[in-house]
Design a protein around this ligand. Structure first.
Ligand code: ATP
Length: 286
């Protein structure tokens, strides 16, 4: 019996534009994804007996059958390498809020692909793991590569970005309103998106220069925030307590704030806690 454990990091989007609709029904996006230290812990164990994939998770709301992204990733992995005789147990110690726009499921899937690659000595490089992962989810390649990347296509065409050492901390707060990605796209279709907003180059030049991006953009914010009072409140609290900037991540409704002052981040955490919102202080990972 062999067992390996790894951290599976969440991501935030510092920029996210939704572009054209593709013939396959997906949208092209242009995004800057940033890995952060908020993480799940994923363990994969090779079992001596039995056959198949058993999943356990500390969050009872997360499915532990074939609907779990880690199950889909493991099946794709075994198919890709022609491995038919397998018996594994996967345990997910969940810290990342589900359905929050933090790629919580995708990062668990990416972690499982990496761990299986080690356990089964398949020696696949990152590009092969990304090829397997993207068949399960568009965010999985980024979760495999990590750091800071420009993500195009459906999110799978990655350009790593060299950024200066980060001078900020990230406060992440889930307002308790999970939003599925398809629901967020529906909300997006119902609004006029022709507004002035920060460009991707504004965010990139701040990151490259070691500055905190003050101008960020997420196309989903305009569509999602009007109908989500708690998310609006969390964002207001972050800004009131000194966040340099604050935005919704991905398709929401998690709100993150970028802070350059430890006292401010602590005060914001207390204020959010008094309103009943849990928050996590974390750092960007590069
Ligand atoms: P993204 O940012 O990639 O759009 P998300 O963070 O909004 O994703 P997830 O936390 O990945 O959303 O969860 C989306 C759905 O996937 C939920 O319905 C959840 O039940 C399901 N799911 C499947 N596997 C997992 C997993 N390992 N962890 C969390 N959710 C999972």
């Amino acid at each position: 019996m062999r067992s390996l454990t790894t951290k599976a990091y969440a991501k935030i989007n510092l920029y996210l534009d939704v572009c054209d609709l593709r013939p396959d029904g997906y949208h092209n996006i242009e995004s800057i994804m940033q890995q952060v230290s908020l993480c799940d812990r994923v363990t994969v164990e090779q079992l001596d007996e039995g056959h198949g994939i058993k999943i356990t998770c500390t969050d009872p709301a997360v499915p532990t059958d074939e609907r779990n992204i880690v199950h889909k990733c493991a099946v794709r992995f075994f198919e890709h390498f022609g491995i038919k005789d397998y018996s594994i147990a996967i345990h997910i110690d969940k810290e990342i809020p589900s359905c929050g726009g933090l790629a919580g499921g995708s990062t668990d899937g990416a972690a499982v692909l990496k761990l299986l690659n080690e356990l089964y000595c398949t020696n696949a490089d990152e590009s092969i793991l990304c090829e397997i992962g993207v068949k399960v989810g568009a965010d999985i390649p980024f979760c495999i590569v990590g750091g800071t990347c420009i993500c195009r296509g459906i999110g799978e065409i990655l350009t790593p970005v060299e950024v200066a050492a980060a001078k900020y901390q990230v406060l992440i707060s889930f307002p308790g309103e999970g939003i599925s990605t398809p629901a967020a796209y529906k909300m997006l279709d119902s609004i006029d998106r022709h507004t002035d907003h920060a460009g991707i180059d504004d965010v990139l030049s701040a990151l490259r220069g070691g500055d905190i991006p003050t101008e960020m953009y997420n196309a989903f914010e305009l569509a999602v925030l009007p109908g989500h009072e708690n998310a609006r409140l969390v964002k207001k609290v972050m800004l009131d307590f000194g966040a340099v900037s604050s935005m919704m991540s991905g398709s929401g409704s998690t709100i993150f704030g970028l802070f350059d002052d430890t006292a401010n981040i602590q005060n914001a955490t207390v204020a959010l806690g008094k309103l009943g919102f849990e928050s996590h202080t974390c750092s960007p990972i590069n």
